[in-house]
Design a protein around this ligand. Structure first.
Ligand SMILES: [Ca+2]
Ligand SMILES: [Ca+2]
Ligand SMILES: [Ca+2]
Ligand SMILES: [Ca+2]
Length: 244
C-alpha cells in the first residue's frame, strides 16, 4: 500500500514538474539598439544588416508546403520601450478572408507573436500570463481576453509591411505588457532592461483562399503530436535574453 502511495506521489510530482517551462531551452540573445526603426516595412536601418536571420520553419498545422507557398525568417532587436521584429514572409496568396477583425481571425493570413513578459510559462488562454497577438494584414491585433472574448490589442503591437511580388517585409514594434497591465490606470508597458528574459515565439497563419487556414508555421520546435499549443500554453515558447 505504502509503495503504491509513494508511486502515485512520484507520478504526480513528475506530472507537475513537466508543466513548468524549461527556461533554458531555445534561447535567443537579442541585441540592443539605441534608436527605434522607422516602422515602414523597409529594412533601411543599418542595424538590421548586423543581425542574423532566424527561421520560421516548424509546421504546426497542415500538410507539407512548397517553398513558394510559404517561407519566413525574422530578426529581433530591443530598446527600453519595445521589442522590434523585422520579418520577411514569402506567401503566394495574401488573403484577408474575414473583414471583421474579431471573426475567425486565425483563418486570415496573419503574423502571430507570442509574448510571456516574465518568461513564467503556464496557461494563458483566458488570462494575461502571456499573449498570442494575431497581427492581421490590415494591422489589427487580436487576442482573447479574461472575459473569454476576442478583443483588439492594437496599442500593444504596431506594424507596417510592404509587398513586392510574393515577398512581404514587415516591421513590428511589440510593447511588452505584464499580466497586470489592465489593472493600471494608464496603459504602461514594461521598461525593458539588459538580461531580462521574455518568453517568445513567432508564427504565420497561411491561408491561400481556403475555408480554413492551410498551414500554421512557427519559429519554435514543439514536442509531441499536438504542435498547436502556443495560443493556450506558454510553456512551449522559446526564451529571449536581452543583451546590451
Ligand atoms: Ca524601417
Ligand atoms: Ca501560401
Ligand atoms: Ca507570464
Ligand atoms: Ca496566404
Amino acid at each position: 500500500m505504502k509503495t503504491t502511495l509513494l508511486l502515485v506521489f512520484l507520478i504526480m510530482l513528475c506530472a507537475c514538474s513537466a508543466v513548468h517551462k524549461k527556461q533554458d531551452t531555445q534561447i535567443t540573445e537579442v541585441i540592443h539598439i539605441e534608436t527605434a526603426p522607422v516602422l515602414d516595412g523597409k529594412a533601411m536601418e543599418n542595424f538590421w544588416n548586423l543581425i542574423e536571420w532566424q527561421s520560421i520553419d516548424q509546421n504546426w498545422i497542415g500538410g507539407p508546403y512548397e517553398h513558394e507557398d510559404f517561407n519566413g525568417k525574422y530578426k529581433l532587436a530591443w530598446n527600453e520601450n519595445a521589442l522590434y521584429i523585422l520579418l520577411e514572409i514569402t506567401d503566394d496568396v495574401l488573403y484577408d478572408k474575414n473583414e471583421d477583425p474579431l471573426k475567425l481571425w486565425w483563418n486570415d493570413d496573419c503574423v502571430e507573436i507570442f509574448i510571456d513578459e516574465d518568461n513564467s510559462g503556464g496557461l494563458h488562454q483566458f488570462n494575461y500570463n502571456a499573449f498570442a497577438y494575431h497581427v492581421a494584414l490590415d494591422g489589427n491585433v487580436v487576442d482573447i481576453t479574461e472575459e473569454e472574448e476576442p478583443a483588439l490589442f492594437n496599442e500593444h503591437v504596431t506594424s507596417a509591411h510592404t509587398t513586392e511580388g510574393n515577398l512581404s517585409t514587415w516591421e513590428l514594434e511589440v510593447k511588452i505588457f505584464d499580466e497586470d497591465f489592465y489593472k493600471k490606470k494608464v496603459l504602461e508597458p514594461t521598461i525593458l532592461k539588459p538580461d531580462k528574459k521574455i518568453g517568445f515565439a513567432l508564427a504565420y497563419c497561411d491561408n491561400d483562399q481556403s475555408v480554413e487556414r492551410e498551414n500554421f508555421i512557427g519559429s519554435i520546435f514543439v514536442p509531441g503530436e499536438d504542435k498547436n499549443q502556443g495560443w493556450i500554453n506558454a510553456d512551449i515558447f522559446g526564451t529571449l535574453v536581452l543583451k546590451k
